[in-house]
Design a binder for this molecule. Structure first.
Ligand code: ASP
Ligand code: MG
Length: 480
């Protein structure tokens, strides 16, 4: 039997790696499972470290040498302190030296940035992954000190990607080959591999990263590449919920959810999973658990291809995205083809890597509007104004309208398909709160209904829809 057929891949996020204490818990959770079956783990950088690295590079680019030195000092101190708390005096020496070497490597890159006054994308990707390399080193050293044979592995040696620096996409065939060469021999020797999340490298070996929050994605890539039996993603919440508990006091943890539903939730703003995480797993039907490392006894949420029978149909969860912007493109009556404008607009957005959150159009006036993240508004608008410069100057097109005072909410559930009256109930629940609906969109898969409302009304709308769809905790049994 191959060592990986029962393989469990576990991923620990930044808060689950955030201190010596958290690392001990993570190591314990991995060790418990490792006693029963092969385990590989994927780790994020300690919480806030990625921000620190990126910030230090930005300051270096701006010529701020003092901030650069301070950044390096903070980086070394945080990991060295953690090392001292985790390891006995004898075991510390090697680990501390390892930390120092990595901090020095970061130092060299960031000094290069200072000298150049420029942050080349490739250098940023190489440097930012040092956060994960540091945390992988720490937990691997700690596991070893506990008698568990372990090895820190740089994902640049495992995850093959395209050359889109900062937001790379994995090349699965090559990744499988690399994983077979680098990770499988470790598993065969019952060594517990600790792979860095977030990073990879091109086929030519240039370092890349998978985008912010990409460690979930790294874990799913590894699980798929090794045909793992399961993937457990450890976070700091109890699982995937019917809604944001900060907004909705009676939001509930879902025991099961489908890949499609979880992906829709992630793409529409739920912070539980990196949106691209599930794609590599779907084809191989590898189930995922979202679990809380602060409450590991709780079951968490299981993400699967198909729900068990007993689930009632209908909506499963409500999510929202606050900081978005609505752009409206409207031709002067009949002067230009709306379809052509839309095609051009989509091309511009695609070229700039801007994600469309929702799009609606009406054929009569050939107008259309679409939603983007507020952080991407500037490049989106600039791109469109450039592409439509001619139409705008000649008055074929009205000036592009921007509304930044809007938010998105989404209702998600595979069981919504073919349920008449559901959209009506959602809209009625919102309008009962006297909240105006600005745009709506539902694809023919009926998996998600997206509603755009004014930001002021968002929280109320989310609560109203969550209640209308009966997603909250069942009411406690009545006494008497
Ligand atoms: N450390 C990276 C980030 O903060 C990746 C991750 O945490 O998933 O974006
Ligand atoms: Mg993270």
């Amino acid at each position: 039997m191959s060592s990986s057929s029962h393989l469990l891949v576990m991923k620990f996020g930044g808060t689950s790696m955030g201190s010596a204490e958290r690392i001990q818990v993570a190591a314990r959770l991995a060790t418990e499972q490792h006693a029963q079956r092969p385990v590989a783990i994927v780790v994020s950088a300690m919480s806030k470290v990625t921000d620190l690295l990126l910030d230090t590079m930005r300051k270096a680019e701006a010529g701020d040498e003092t901030a650069l030195d301070a950044g390096l000092k903070t980086l070394e101190q945080r990991h060295a302190d953690c090392c001292r708390q985790l390891l006995s005096a004898a075991a510390q020496e090697t680990a501390l030296a390892g930390v120092h070497v990595l901090v020095e490597e970061f130092g060299r890159i960031v000094r290069g940035i200072l000298m150049l006054g420029e942050r080349p994308l490739q250098s940023v990707d190489k440097a930012v992954a040092i956060g994960e390399r540091l945390s992988a080193l720490l937990i691997a050293a700690y596991l070893e000190s506990q008698g568990v044979r372990s090895a820190a592995v740089n994902a640049a040696d495992v995850v093959a990607t395209d050359a889109v620096f900062g937001n790379a996409t994995p090349l699965m065939d090559e990744t499988r080959q690399r994983a077979a060469k680098v990770i499988r021999p470790l598993l065969d020797q019952r060594v517990l591999p600790v792979m860095t999340g977030f990073n990879g490298s091109t086929t030519a070996g240039q370092p890349t990263t998978l985008g912010r929050g990409g460690s979930d994605f790294s874990a799913s890539i590894l699980a798929a590449a090794l045909d793992a039996q399961e993937l457990w993603i450890w976070t700091d919440v109890d699982g995937i919920m019917t809604g944001d508990p900060r907004l909705i006091p009676d939001a509930r943890v879902l025991d099961e959810i489908t890949y499609n539903e979880a992906a829709e939730l992630a793409y529409n703003g739920a912070k539980v999973l990196h949106p691209r995480t599930l794609a590599p797993l779907i084809e191989r039907h590898i189930p995922v658990w979202s679990k809380n490392s602060f409450a590991p006894e709780k079951p968490g949420t299981r993400i699967v291809a198909k729900l068990a029978e007993e689930h009632p149909g209908g909506p499963r969860a409500v999510t929202s995205m606050r900081e978005v912007a609505l752009l409206s493109v409207e031709p002067e009556a009949g002067m230009v083809s709306g379809t052509k404008l839309m095609a051009e607009a989509l091309e511009v957005l695609e070229a700039k890597g801007i994600e469309l959150l929702c799009i609606t159009s009406s054929s009569y006036r050939q107008s259309f509007c679409f939603l983007v993240r507020q952080a991407e508004l500037k490049p989106a608008l600039e791109g469109l104004e450039q592409a439509f410069a001619l139409e705008l100057t000649h008055g074929y097109l009205k000036p592009i309208q921007v509304d930044t005072n809007v938010s998105l909410m989404a209702v998600v559930g595979e069981g919504m398909r073919g349920t008449p009256g559901l959209a009506g109930r959602v809209f009625t629940a919102i309008s009962r709160q006297r909240i105006n609906i600005i745009a709506i969109s539902q694809g023919s898969s009926e998996l998600t209904i997206v509603v755009v409302v004014h930001r002021d009304g968002l929280d109320q709308a989310v609560r109203a829809v969550h209640a209308e769809c009966g997603l909250g905790r069942p009411a406690p049994p009545r006494v008497g």
